[in-house]
Design a binder for this molecule. Structure first.
Ligand SMILES: C[S@@+](CC[C@H](N)C(=O)[O-])C[C@H]1O[C@@H](n2cnc3c(N)ncnc32)[C@H](O)[C@@H]1O
Length: 275
């Protein structure tokens, strides 16, 4: 099969890191998750993925995705006919891993990403791609017009690339248009953002993070009544998830927790109930 170029903007290129992380994980004997689609997509895109080979943060991306999968699955257990919106979906395959055959899904990203995504995934009456910036309010009107909620928003490795003003705007937009919705997001503290030029994967691309968030409870300052339902670092994952991980990953995470590296401690994965 002929490969196609990625042709992506600077921030958009970062989607290739977690994509490759899932493809590499899929090749392992005892993987954290399986993702045969990621393998197929990596093989179909003409890009120097080898630059990410053997980087520790590839495992970090897979652990993050796995936690977000658990949160999405928990949401769908509680709300089987609910609506999942992937914000900055990239070439993520959460639908393939967690869909329950009933929920409504929207997968939103910038237009060049959606153009690429549509070469690999097909829209259906329950699954719609949206080419838009998350900061553009029009997508919220489309989602509200074509779904009933309740709503689960997954913003995985997206918001740190926006400015703080844009993140604030997005949180206000979600709370105003989808009151009571649940938002899964990751936040990067000052040590993480300041050291990003040395980050094993980010140093291989041009994109840089802009939003520094030392504490995800900041969202409750922006939106009084917002509640943090859960907040984890990669070295303090929920006990049931940790218990289900391959032994080698558990060992690696236990070692990481003992080191208390600021970059690890300040990278948080949080689940927020918006007012
Ligand atoms: C690191 S990738 C993560 C992709 C995906 N969430 C995953 O975990 O595989 C960051 C994604 O955020 C998207 N993104 C960045 N700024 C955005 C914006 N303003 N609106 C929508 N998506 C955006 C990028 O295009 C890219 O797909």
């Amino acid at each position: 099969m002929a490969q196609r170029g990625a042709d992506l903007g600077t921030i958009q290129e970062t989607l290739l890191i977690p994509l490759y992380g899932r493809a590499v994980e899929n090749r392992k004997k005892d993987p954290i998750l399986t993702d045969p689609r990621a393998e197929e997509i990596v093989a179909a895109i003409d890009y120097d993925f080898a630059r990410f080979d053997h980087l520790p943060s590839l495992t970090g991306t897979v652990l993050r995705t796995s936690l977000f999968d658990r949160w999405a699955a928990d949401f769908l257990t509680a709300h089987p006919d609910g609506t999942v919106v992937e914000i900055g979906t990239g070439l993520n395959t959460r639908f393939e891993r967690t869909d329950n055959g009933r929920a409504r899904w929207f997968e939103l990203d910038l237009p060049d990403v959606i153009e690429l995504r549509r070469t690999f995934f097909t829209d259906t009456p329950r699954r719609t791609t949206l080419p838009a910036s998350v900061t553009d309010e029009a997508w919220a009107t489309t989602v509200a017009a074509h779904s009933g909620g309740p709503y689960f928003f997954a913003a995985e490795a997206v918001l740190p690339f926006l400015t703080e003003a844009d993140v604030h705007h997005v949180v206000d937009l979600l709370a105003t248009r989808f009151p009571g919705s649940t938002l899964a997001l990751d936040t990067t503290g000052p040590s993480f953002v300041d050291a990003q030029d040395q980050h094993d994967a980010l140093s291989k691309v041009d994109a840089r993070m802009q939003w520094t968030c030392a504490d995800p409870t900041q969202l409750a300052e922006w939106q009084p009544g917002a509640r943090i339902l859960a907040s984890h670092t990669l070295s303090s994952l929920p006990t049931p998830m940790y218990g289900a991980l391959p032994a080698a990953t558990q060992e690696m995470l236990t070692g990481l927790a003992a080191q208390r590296l600021p970059q690890v401690e300040e990278y948080r994965l949080s689940l927020v109930q918006l007012p």
